[in-house]
Ligand binder design. Structure first.
Ligand code: UDP
Length: 370
Protein backbone atom coordinates (compact mmCIF):
# COMPACT_ATOMS: atom_id res chain seq x y z
CA UNK A 1 0.00 0.00 0.00
CA UNK A 2 1.26 3.46 -0.87
CA UNK A 3 1.01 5.78 2.10
CA UNK A 4 1.07 9.55 1.91
CA UNK A 5 1.03 10.14 5.63
CA UNK A 6 1.88 7.98 8.59
CA UNK A 7 0.20 9.27 11.74
CA UNK A 8 1.51 8.00 15.04
CA UNK A 9 -1.17 8.04 17.71
CA UNK A 10 -4.94 7.67 17.28
CA UNK A 11 -5.84 10.28 19.90
CA UNK A 12 -7.77 13.42 19.13
CA UNK A 13 -4.82 15.15 17.42
CA UNK A 14 -3.92 12.22 15.16
CA UNK A 15 -7.53 11.42 14.32
CA UNK A 16 -8.60 14.94 13.39
CA UNK A 17 -5.47 15.36 11.30
CA UNK A 18 -6.03 12.00 9.57
CA UNK A 19 -9.57 13.03 8.63
CA UNK A 20 -8.45 16.41 7.38
CA UNK A 21 -5.68 15.04 5.17
CA UNK A 22 -7.87 12.21 3.87
CA UNK A 23 -10.88 14.38 3.17
CA UNK A 24 -9.39 17.65 1.98
CA UNK A 25 -6.32 16.34 0.19
CA UNK A 26 -7.32 12.79 -0.71
CA UNK A 27 -4.22 11.47 1.03
CA UNK A 28 -3.83 7.80 1.92
CA UNK A 29 -3.29 7.68 5.66
CA UNK A 30 -2.00 5.01 7.99
CA UNK A 31 -2.69 5.62 11.67
CA UNK A 32 -0.74 3.48 14.14
CA UNK A 33 -1.24 3.29 17.87
CA UNK A 34 0.51 1.13 20.41
CA UNK A 35 -2.65 0.84 22.49
CA UNK A 36 -5.39 -1.67 21.66
CA UNK A 37 -7.90 1.13 21.13
CA UNK A 38 -8.30 4.47 19.37
CA UNK A 39 -8.98 7.66 21.32
CA UNK A 40 -5.65 8.15 23.13
CA UNK A 41 -6.25 9.88 26.46
CA UNK A 42 -9.89 10.56 25.49
CA UNK A 43 -10.63 6.83 25.48
CA UNK A 44 -13.82 5.83 27.26
CA UNK A 45 -15.66 2.52 27.60
CA UNK A 46 -18.82 1.12 29.15
CA UNK A 47 -18.22 -1.07 32.20
CA UNK A 48 -20.31 -4.11 33.16
CA UNK A 49 -22.91 -1.81 34.76
CA UNK A 50 -23.32 0.24 31.59
CA UNK A 51 -21.53 3.25 33.10
CA UNK A 52 -19.34 5.15 30.63
CA UNK A 53 -15.88 5.45 32.16
CA UNK A 54 -13.22 7.96 31.06
CA UNK A 55 -10.19 5.74 31.43
CA UNK A 56 -7.67 8.58 31.57
CA UNK A 57 -9.59 11.02 33.73
CA UNK A 58 -12.53 13.36 33.24
CA UNK A 59 -12.74 14.88 29.75
CA UNK A 60 -15.26 17.67 29.46
CA UNK A 61 -15.61 19.03 25.97
CA UNK A 62 -15.97 22.79 25.72
CA UNK A 63 -15.14 25.36 23.07
CA UNK A 64 -15.86 28.88 21.97
CA UNK A 65 -15.09 27.98 18.38
CA UNK A 66 -18.05 27.44 16.09
CA UNK A 67 -15.66 25.86 13.57
CA UNK A 68 -14.50 23.22 16.08
CA UNK A 69 -18.04 22.54 17.27
CA UNK A 70 -19.35 22.17 13.71
CA UNK A 71 -16.51 19.86 12.74
CA UNK A 72 -16.95 17.48 15.68
CA UNK A 73 -20.74 17.57 15.37
CA UNK A 74 -20.37 15.73 12.07
CA UNK A 75 -19.16 12.73 14.05
CA UNK A 76 -21.29 12.71 17.16
CA UNK A 77 -24.54 13.86 18.73
CA UNK A 78 -24.09 15.56 22.04
CA UNK A 79 -25.27 15.07 25.59
CA UNK A 80 -25.98 18.40 27.31
CA UNK A 81 -23.70 18.74 30.28
CA UNK A 82 -22.60 21.62 32.51
CA UNK A 83 -19.54 20.71 34.52
CA UNK A 84 -19.73 21.48 38.25
CA UNK A 85 -16.86 20.97 40.66
CA UNK A 86 -16.67 21.18 44.44
CA UNK A 87 -13.52 21.53 46.50
CA UNK A 88 -13.40 19.63 49.78
CA UNK A 89 -11.61 21.93 52.23
CA UNK A 90 -11.57 21.08 55.96
CA UNK A 91 -14.29 18.50 55.33
CA UNK A 92 -16.71 20.96 53.70
CA UNK A 93 -17.71 21.21 50.06
CA UNK A 94 -17.19 24.59 48.38
CA UNK A 95 -18.01 25.63 44.81
CA UNK A 96 -14.93 25.67 42.57
CA UNK A 97 -14.00 27.96 40.79
CA UNK A 98 -14.19 30.37 43.68
CA UNK A 99 -17.37 32.45 43.50
CA UNK A 100 -19.58 34.49 45.83
CA UNK A 101 -20.95 31.36 47.53
CA UNK A 102 -17.46 29.93 48.06
CA UNK A 103 -16.40 33.11 49.84
CA UNK A 104 -19.53 33.35 51.98
CA UNK A 105 -19.50 29.68 52.94
CA UNK A 106 -15.78 29.70 53.71
CA UNK A 107 -15.79 32.93 55.73
CA UNK A 108 -19.27 32.45 57.21
CA UNK A 109 -20.34 35.82 55.79
CA UNK A 110 -23.31 37.07 53.79
CA UNK A 111 -21.40 39.26 51.40
CA UNK A 112 -22.91 40.67 48.23
CA UNK A 113 -20.91 40.75 44.99
CA UNK A 114 -19.73 44.28 45.87
CA UNK A 115 -18.66 43.17 49.36
CA UNK A 116 -16.62 40.31 47.88
CA UNK A 117 -15.02 42.70 45.45
CA UNK A 118 -14.08 44.89 48.41
CA UNK A 119 -12.83 41.85 50.38
CA UNK A 120 -10.54 40.79 47.54
CA UNK A 121 -9.36 44.40 47.08
CA UNK A 122 -8.36 44.50 50.75
CA UNK A 123 -6.70 41.10 50.85
CA UNK A 124 -5.05 40.75 47.47
CA UNK A 125 -1.29 41.20 47.24
CA UNK A 126 -0.19 44.06 45.00
CA UNK A 127 2.50 42.91 42.63
CA UNK A 128 4.29 44.62 39.80
CA UNK A 129 4.97 41.41 37.94
CA UNK A 130 3.03 38.16 37.78
CA UNK A 131 5.61 35.43 37.43
CA UNK A 132 4.06 32.26 38.75
CA UNK A 133 0.95 30.47 40.03
CA UNK A 134 1.24 31.99 43.53
CA UNK A 135 1.41 35.51 42.07
CA UNK A 136 -1.63 35.02 39.82
CA UNK A 137 -3.85 33.82 42.62
CA UNK A 138 -2.61 35.99 45.49
CA UNK A 139 -2.78 39.13 43.33
CA UNK A 140 -6.48 38.46 42.76
CA UNK A 141 -7.80 37.01 46.03
CA UNK A 142 -5.06 37.11 48.66
CA UNK A 143 -3.17 34.46 50.63
CA UNK A 144 -6.01 32.86 52.60
CA UNK A 145 -7.94 31.57 49.61
CA UNK A 146 -4.70 30.78 47.81
CA UNK A 147 -3.56 28.53 50.69
CA UNK A 148 -6.92 26.81 51.09
CA UNK A 149 -7.82 26.17 47.45
CA UNK A 150 -4.76 26.40 45.19
CA UNK A 151 -1.39 26.02 46.87
CA UNK A 152 -1.46 22.36 47.88
CA UNK A 153 -3.59 21.14 44.97
CA UNK A 154 -1.15 22.70 42.52
CA UNK A 155 1.92 21.37 44.29
CA UNK A 156 0.38 17.90 44.53
CA UNK A 157 -0.63 17.95 40.87
CA UNK A 158 2.59 19.32 39.42
CA UNK A 159 5.17 18.16 41.97
CA UNK A 160 6.72 21.64 42.19
CA UNK A 161 6.20 24.68 44.43
CA UNK A 162 3.71 27.21 43.02
CA UNK A 163 6.52 29.76 42.82
CA UNK A 164 8.20 27.60 40.18
CA UNK A 165 5.12 27.06 38.02
CA UNK A 166 4.06 29.45 35.25
CA UNK A 167 0.84 31.52 35.54
CA UNK A 168 -0.72 29.76 32.52
CA UNK A 169 -1.34 26.60 34.60
CA UNK A 170 -4.14 28.27 36.55
CA UNK A 171 -5.13 30.82 33.92
CA UNK A 172 -8.03 28.59 32.92
CA UNK A 173 -9.58 28.83 36.42
CA UNK A 174 -11.57 32.07 36.80
CA UNK A 175 -12.29 33.92 40.03
CA UNK A 176 -15.94 34.99 40.19
CA UNK A 177 -17.83 37.49 42.27
CA UNK A 178 -21.23 36.23 41.12
CA UNK A 179 -22.94 32.91 41.94
CA UNK A 180 -22.15 31.12 38.67
CA UNK A 181 -20.94 27.68 39.74
CA UNK A 182 -20.14 26.26 36.30
CA UNK A 183 -16.54 25.14 35.88
CA UNK A 184 -16.55 26.31 32.25
CA UNK A 185 -18.55 29.05 30.58
CA UNK A 186 -17.69 28.40 26.94
CA UNK A 187 -20.37 28.84 24.24
CA UNK A 188 -20.43 25.13 23.63
CA UNK A 189 -20.12 22.55 26.39
CA UNK A 190 -21.25 18.94 26.11
CA UNK A 191 -20.19 15.31 26.07
CA UNK A 192 -20.30 13.11 22.96
CA UNK A 193 -23.60 11.22 23.27
CA UNK A 194 -22.02 7.78 22.80
CA UNK A 195 -18.65 8.73 24.23
CA UNK A 196 -15.31 9.98 22.93
CA UNK A 197 -14.15 6.61 21.60
CA UNK A 198 -17.24 6.40 19.41
CA UNK A 199 -16.72 9.97 18.17
CA UNK A 200 -13.08 9.29 17.32
CA UNK A 201 -13.96 6.00 15.59
CA UNK A 202 -16.37 8.01 13.44
CA UNK A 203 -13.71 10.63 12.68
CA UNK A 204 -11.39 7.84 11.51
CA UNK A 205 -14.09 6.11 9.51
CA UNK A 206 -13.00 7.15 6.01
CA UNK A 207 -11.96 4.96 3.05
CA UNK A 208 -8.52 6.61 2.90
CA UNK A 209 -7.75 6.03 6.57
CA UNK A 210 -6.23 2.73 7.64
CA UNK A 211 -5.61 1.88 11.29
CA UNK A 212 -3.10 -0.42 12.94
CA UNK A 213 -3.60 -0.88 16.68
CA UNK A 214 -1.25 -2.70 19.09
CA UNK A 215 1.55 -1.32 16.95
CA UNK A 216 4.52 0.49 18.36
CA UNK A 217 5.99 3.03 15.95
CA UNK A 218 9.49 1.83 16.83
CA UNK A 219 8.67 -1.65 15.52
CA UNK A 220 7.42 -0.49 12.10
CA UNK A 221 9.60 2.59 11.62
CA UNK A 222 11.77 1.12 8.88
CA UNK A 223 9.04 -1.00 7.30
CA UNK A 224 6.50 1.67 6.31
CA UNK A 225 7.21 4.04 3.48
CA UNK A 226 5.37 7.33 3.73
CA UNK A 227 5.94 10.79 2.35
CA UNK A 228 5.50 12.33 5.78
CA UNK A 229 5.11 11.27 9.41
CA UNK A 230 2.98 13.09 11.99
CA UNK A 231 3.99 12.08 15.49
CA UNK A 232 1.74 12.67 18.49
CA UNK A 233 3.85 10.78 21.02
CA UNK A 234 6.46 12.43 23.26
CA UNK A 235 8.99 14.32 21.15
CA UNK A 236 11.89 13.40 23.47
CA UNK A 237 11.05 9.71 23.11
CA UNK A 238 11.10 10.07 19.31
CA UNK A 239 14.65 11.44 19.47
CA UNK A 240 15.74 8.78 21.93
CA UNK A 241 16.12 11.34 24.73
CA UNK A 242 19.28 12.68 23.07
CA UNK A 243 19.07 15.96 25.03
CA UNK A 244 17.70 14.30 28.18
CA UNK A 245 14.15 13.50 29.28
CA UNK A 246 11.39 16.06 29.13
CA UNK A 247 9.59 15.92 32.48
CA UNK A 248 5.95 14.84 32.48
CA UNK A 249 3.59 14.60 35.39
CA UNK A 250 1.80 11.28 35.40
CA UNK A 251 -1.59 10.66 36.87
CA UNK A 252 -2.62 7.18 37.96
CA UNK A 253 -6.32 6.41 38.29
CA UNK A 254 -7.59 4.24 41.12
CA UNK A 255 -11.04 2.97 40.18
CA UNK A 256 -13.48 1.91 42.88
CA UNK A 257 -17.05 0.60 42.61
CA UNK A 258 -19.60 1.21 45.35
CA UNK A 259 -23.03 -0.42 45.75
CA UNK A 260 -24.75 2.95 46.16
CA UNK A 261 -26.72 5.20 43.78
CA UNK A 262 -24.42 8.16 44.33
CA UNK A 263 -20.99 8.65 45.92
CA UNK A 264 -20.66 12.45 45.83
CA UNK A 265 -22.91 15.40 44.88
CA UNK A 266 -21.19 16.33 41.60
CA UNK A 267 -19.00 14.61 39.01
CA UNK A 268 -15.73 16.01 40.34
CA UNK A 269 -14.68 16.82 43.89
CA UNK A 270 -11.22 18.30 44.42
CA UNK A 271 -9.16 17.50 47.50
CA UNK A 272 -6.56 20.26 47.63
CA UNK A 273 -5.18 19.70 51.12
CA UNK A 274 -5.56 16.07 52.14
CA UNK A 275 -4.84 12.65 50.67
CA UNK A 276 -2.46 11.69 47.90
CA UNK A 277 -5.12 12.19 45.24
CA UNK A 278 -6.09 15.55 43.78
CA UNK A 279 -9.66 14.78 42.83
CA UNK A 280 -12.36 12.14 42.65
CA UNK A 281 -14.51 11.74 39.56
CA UNK A 282 -17.86 9.97 39.72
CA UNK A 283 -18.72 8.98 36.16
CA UNK A 284 -22.46 8.52 36.63
CA UNK A 285 -22.93 12.28 36.72
CA UNK A 286 -21.83 12.60 33.10
CA UNK A 287 -24.61 10.57 31.49
CA UNK A 288 -27.98 9.44 32.85
CA UNK A 289 -27.59 5.92 34.25
CA UNK A 290 -29.98 3.42 35.82
CA UNK A 291 -27.25 1.44 37.53
CA UNK A 292 -27.71 0.82 41.25
CA UNK A 293 -23.97 1.06 41.82
CA UNK A 294 -21.46 3.77 41.01
CA UNK A 295 -17.83 3.99 39.87
CA UNK A 296 -15.32 6.59 40.97
CA UNK A 297 -11.69 7.30 40.06
CA UNK A 298 -9.14 8.85 42.38
CA UNK A 299 -6.36 10.71 40.56
CA UNK A 300 -2.92 10.24 42.03
CA UNK A 301 -0.19 12.35 40.46
CA UNK A 302 3.40 11.20 40.46
CA UNK A 303 6.73 12.27 39.05
CA UNK A 304 9.03 10.46 36.74
CA UNK A 305 8.91 10.26 33.01
CA UNK A 306 6.16 9.67 30.57
CA UNK A 307 4.17 6.49 31.18
CA UNK A 308 0.99 4.98 29.86
CA UNK A 309 -1.24 6.74 32.33
CA UNK A 310 -2.37 10.32 31.76
CA UNK A 311 0.59 12.62 31.17
CA UNK A 312 0.87 16.36 31.60
CA UNK A 313 3.79 18.31 30.14
CA UNK A 314 5.17 20.60 32.88
CA UNK A 315 5.46 24.00 31.19
CA UNK A 316 8.26 25.61 33.24
CA UNK A 317 10.68 27.81 31.33
CA UNK A 318 13.51 25.26 31.74
CA UNK A 319 11.35 22.46 30.32
CA UNK A 320 10.07 24.65 27.47
CA UNK A 321 13.66 25.46 26.60
CA UNK A 322 14.51 21.76 26.47
CA UNK A 323 11.43 21.18 24.30
CA UNK A 324 12.59 23.93 21.92
CA UNK A 325 15.92 22.15 21.56
CA UNK A 326 14.11 19.01 20.44
CA UNK A 327 11.70 20.96 18.22
CA UNK A 328 14.54 22.72 16.44
CA UNK A 329 16.22 19.49 15.33
CA UNK A 330 15.99 19.78 11.53
CA UNK A 331 13.54 17.13 10.34
CA UNK A 332 11.59 17.73 7.16
CA UNK A 333 9.99 14.27 7.27
CA UNK A 334 8.33 14.51 10.68
CA UNK A 335 5.86 16.94 12.25
CA UNK A 336 5.07 16.75 15.96
CA UNK A 337 1.49 17.30 17.06
CA UNK A 338 -0.66 17.29 20.20
CA UNK A 339 -0.01 17.50 23.93
CA UNK A 340 3.01 15.23 23.94
CA UNK A 341 4.41 16.07 20.50
CA UNK A 342 4.25 19.82 21.14
CA UNK A 343 4.81 19.57 24.92
CA UNK A 344 1.83 21.83 25.54
CA UNK A 345 -0.93 21.84 28.17
CA UNK A 346 -3.61 21.74 25.45
CA UNK A 347 -7.32 21.13 26.04
CA UNK A 348 -9.20 18.99 23.49
CA UNK A 349 -10.77 21.91 21.63
CA UNK A 350 -7.44 23.72 21.35
CA UNK A 351 -5.93 20.69 19.65
CA UNK A 352 -8.82 20.39 17.19
CA UNK A 353 -8.76 24.11 16.48
CA UNK A 354 -5.02 24.09 15.87
CA UNK A 355 -5.26 21.22 13.43
CA UNK A 356 -8.27 22.58 11.57
CA UNK A 357 -6.85 26.10 11.25
CA UNK A 358 -3.29 25.27 10.27
CA UNK A 359 -1.83 23.41 7.39
CA UNK A 360 0.58 22.09 10.05
CA UNK A 361 3.47 23.53 8.12
CA UNK A 362 2.50 26.73 9.91
CA UNK A 363 0.34 28.74 7.47
CA UNK A 364 -2.84 29.99 9.15
CA UNK A 365 -6.16 29.71 7.41
CA UNK A 366 -8.64 32.59 7.38
CA UNK A 367 -10.58 32.77 10.63
CA UNK A 368 -14.03 31.34 9.86
CA UNK A 369 -15.74 31.65 13.22
CA UNK A 370 -19.14 33.33 13.17
N1 UDP B 1 -6.25 24.06 40.58
C1 UDP B 1 -6.13 24.24 41.95
N2 UDP B 1 -7.19 23.90 42.75
C2 UDP B 1 -8.33 23.37 42.26
C3 UDP B 1 -8.45 23.19 40.86
C4 UDP B 1 -7.39 23.53 40.06
O1 UDP B 1 -5.10 24.68 42.43
O2 UDP B 1 -9.26 23.06 43.05
C5 UDP B 1 -5.11 24.43 39.71
C6 UDP B 1 -4.11 23.26 39.58
O3 UDP B 1 -2.81 23.80 39.44
C7 UDP B 1 -4.56 22.59 38.29
C8 UDP B 1 -4.92 23.81 37.43
O4 UDP B 1 -5.54 24.70 38.38
O5 UDP B 1 -3.55 21.79 37.72
C9 UDP B 1 -5.84 23.53 36.27
O6 UDP B 1 -7.01 22.87 36.76
P1 UDP B 1 -7.92 21.98 35.81
O7 UDP B 1 -9.09 21.52 36.59
O8 UDP B 1 -8.20 22.71 34.56
O9 UDP B 1 -6.94 20.75 35.52
P2 UDP B 1 -7.00 19.50 34.50
O10 UDP B 1 -8.44 19.11 34.35
O11 UDP B 1 -6.36 19.96 33.22
O12 UDP B 1 -6.17 18.49 35.22
Amino acid sequence: MKIDALIVGAGIAGSVLARKLAEEQGQQILVVDKRNHVGGYCYDYRDENGILIHKYGPHIFRTDSKEVWKFLSRFTDWQDYQHKVLANVNGHFYPMPINLDTVNQYLGTQYTAEDVEEYFEEHKISLIEINNVKDVIESQIGPEFYHAFFEHYTEKQWGLPCEELPPEIVARIPIRKNRDDRYFTHCYQALPKDGYTNMIQNILDHPNIHILLNTDFKDIKGAIESKHTYYSGPIDEYYNYCYGKLPYRNVTFKFETYPVEQYQPVSVVNYPNNYDYTRITEFKHFYPSRSSCTVIAKEIPSGGGYCNESAYPIPTSVNKELYRKYASIPNKKVTFIGRLGEYKYYSMDQIVEYILRNDISGRRKEKTDG
